[in-house]
Design a protein around this ligand. Sequence first.
Ligand code: GLN
Length: 481
Amino acid sequence: MLIEKSAIEIAKEIKERKLSALEVCETFYNHCKEENQKTNALIRLDERALEKAKLIDEGKVTSGELLGVPIVVKDNFCIKGRETSACSKILEGFVSPYTAHCIERLEKQGAIVIAQSNMDEFAMGSSNETSAYGPCKNPIDLTRVPGGSSGGSAAAVAQKMAPISVGSDTGGSIRQPASFCGVTGIKPTYGAVSRYGMIAFASSLDQAGPLARNVNDAALALKIMIGKDVRDSTNIDFDFKSHKETKNKKYKVGIIKEFFESDLQPEIKNGLDNMLKMFKDKGWEVVEVEIPHTRFAIPVYYLIAASEASSNLSRYDGIRYGLRDINIDDGRSVNELKEFYKLTRSRGLGNEVKRRILLGTFALSAGYYDEFYIKACRVRRLIFDDFQKAFQKCDHIVGPVTTHTAFKINEKNDDPIKMYNNDILTVPASLSGLPCMSLPMGKDDLGLPFGAQIISPQFEDSKMIEFASQVEQLFVEGGQI
Ligand code: GLN
């Protein structure tokens, strides 16, 4: 069946004219419409996709590594001429004047954006429940969350709405939903993918990355997304070598003591034990490493992310973008500028976003700046140093992505701390700017998927992918996935 095919197969068959690009596009487009009724993974379909596909069939566009491949893009990436809202009411009606750098790069290789996906408002969340468009549901169990914040992107791939989707990961937002939905998701080294055109949440942490049903498709998308862009000053000129198989490398794999000692769901623990056994059977060495400062990762992350968010989100004042609210409920209109900001921001932003703005503004305020923000930055450095030390002992680190599989909708909604603790295993790599990914590893007794997390040294994204594709093969051979 067409929707089962990988991105690589689709592009190849379109290039060889064995498949019509329009037929591919129509098939996925219709599938999106139908499947979306179940999960609400997509918030906007892009009807222009069909016209773009026609150009390929007419021979007007002939090359590209993703020729005619439909992709789904998280709603925090600008797409020229389309509404982009980061699933926030405050950006209602905002139409992007340009396309995000990494999306443009995918389009240049022939990829066609067919839809924009649901997400937590401004990418703040772990369950996709803070979206102004309503929650997205987990396609494997509709009573559960798909994870977040890239919940829609992960669900879309799991539902075969497109072979590839794009997400963003600040503290785990690609890896955690990938794990909850049983797909592969990569967060590259910080700085590898330009953030130009990606709506900012926490600038020192935000990275874009792909989600797909297998490592090869995700790797191809990532290779295309990485590219030097002068419009993002943190973007590095990064030579991402396309991933090659190194069949006989005897890997030294690190396991983080603190991660394995966390309160893991038994099936996840078993999955990890099986994986380590497979590694040993293959002659790979497994060594224990320590990231002792990981216990501070959650408070450090939430201080830094909230501080940066409070600054980034100050631009939503009702003047420059989206929603503008000037009418008080009794019909009077405001004439004070401050009142006007207050009204627009009170109505346009959701509770979680407001909570972070308050926390961040407080942490950055005079008198508290050194005590909170600077201190958090110092501890962040210690976590980074822990990883540097760990990588002297191993090539890659493996472990769980989350301590449990997908939870129920509304289960953690009323307790932000419970929700924040979800990210306990994903934020350490984010704070350290390291490449990391989630790879489907198994299913629990209820059939809910969970992933293995791989964390690699900075700039070794292609080596991480090489390693991941071997691990993926072990899982397939072992009948684990
Ligand atoms: N769940 C984390 C948060 O709420 C991570 C979000 C993300 O990576 N965008 O901040």
